[in-house]
Design a protein around this ligand. Structure first.
Ligand code: SAM
Length: 336
């Protein structure tokens, strides 16, 4: 098997770009308060990239040295034939690290096929271990489905990371339960600070800061900080939990940003490239991709151009929090 080529893409600040988050749909079967509280207008069928177009973009990414693609949404499994798409992506890109971010509600029946397709890690978003709170956050009574998905993925040999948005007044009393789950199951539970994104209400006092989580967790468990492993943990600071099969992770976009080591690009399901989660500067790839005389070479040129100005999101975020709004896009349209 040929190995994935070394990263060849770098931005204007010398950061190597080796990771693409590719959203396959802007539709979701949940309405999480923090993500997309209000119903937004969705892309039309025509404006959503066809699966074949997504594969073309993945091929371009691979040729540029991107070895890791995370499929996200909206909810990836809310798009028809998503599993078949993933299998064709695997067949076309046997060496690519294919990962998935999902709300887990539709995943359980596909766990074995995901494993067979070489998806060896899945991120499942789950903010609470209480069914009533789950329904309040997401608008759907599907907590049991998510728990089934976690068990099914573990059973299929997939490494599961649970991502919980850390919100005061919502899940900040649930640390003991999450730690108990990480003791019982071989899962990484990663709390991510609640970020101000478009489309959803955000107030500073709702942020449950990582430092507070850590302080509380250290009272409840013996934690040992683990060395950063960018490949495995991404931006999370990970901790081993004494006596636990799983680990605790903290992702700190607000209190301790990781922009200096950002290695990612994002492409939405509408074919819009974003070089930074917090910037509304976008680059339209779809029109070039679909243009009979332009196509992928033009898309590649746009990507390279965009990388000449990949911002430091923390600066934009600081401006946003001081009231000069920056990113207006909802997470559901970007993919997290
Ligand atoms: N539907 C999939 C899911 O639930 O994982 C993929 C898309 S979702 C937008 C990706 C991730 O973004 C989820 O883990 C979600 O919790 C996170 N997210 C959404 N809005 C957020 C916010 N305001 N702050 C922090 N994380 C957020």
């Amino acid at each position: 098997m040929a190995s994935v080529p070394a990263p060849r893409l770098a931005d204007d600040k010398g950061r190597q770009v080796s990771y693409l988050r590719l959203s396959v749909t802007d539709r979701c079967n949940l309405r999480c308060l923090y993500c997309d509280g209000q119903m937004r207008q969705r892309l039309t069928h025509h404006d959503v990239l066809r699966y074949e177009e997504l594969l073309e973009l993945m091929g371009m990414a691979q040729a540029l040295g991107i070895g890791k693609v995370r499929l996200t949404g909206g909810e990836p499994f809310a798009r028809r034939d998503f599993m078949e798409f993933l299998e064709s992506a695997r067949a076309r890109f046997p060496d690519m690290s294919l990962r998935l971010t999902t709300n887990g509600t539709l995943v359980a029946p596909y766990a074995a096929r995901l494993a067979a397709a070489g998806v060896d890690r899945v991120n499942i978003s789950l903010d609470t271990l209480m069914p009533e709170t789950f329904a309040r956050i997401t608008g759907q009574d599907l907590y049991a489905e998510v728990r089934r998905a976690i068990d099914a993925c573990i059973g299929a040999g997939i490494r599961v990371k649970i991502n919980a948005v850390a919100m005061r007044g919502v899940n900040d009393l649930e640390l003991p339960g999450f730690l108990a789950l990480a003791r019982e199951l071989p899962v990484d539970i990663r709390f991510i600070e609640f970020m101000p994104m478009g489309g959803a209400e955000w107030r500073a006092e709702q942020v449950w800061r990582a430092s507070d989580i850590l302080e509380k967790a250290q009272v409840l468990a013996r934690l040992t900080p683990l060395p950063r492993d960018a490949e495995d943990a991404g931006p999370a600071q990970m901790f081993a939990i004494e006596g636990g099969r799983g680990r605790l992770g903290l992702i700190t976009p607000l209190s301790n940003h990781f922009c200096g080591s950002c290695n990612r690009l994002r492409i939405t399901s509408g074919g819009v490239l974003r070089t930074c989660l917090f910037s509304d500067r976008v680059y339209r790839l779809r029109e070039a991709l679909r243009h009979p005389k332009l196509g992928l070479p033009a898309v590649e040129r746009i990507v390279r151009l965009a990388l000449r100005n990949k911002p430091l999101g923390a600066e934009l975020l600081a401006a946003r929090r001081s009231g000069q709004g920056v990113s207006e896009a909802a997470m559901s349209s970007i993919g997290g």
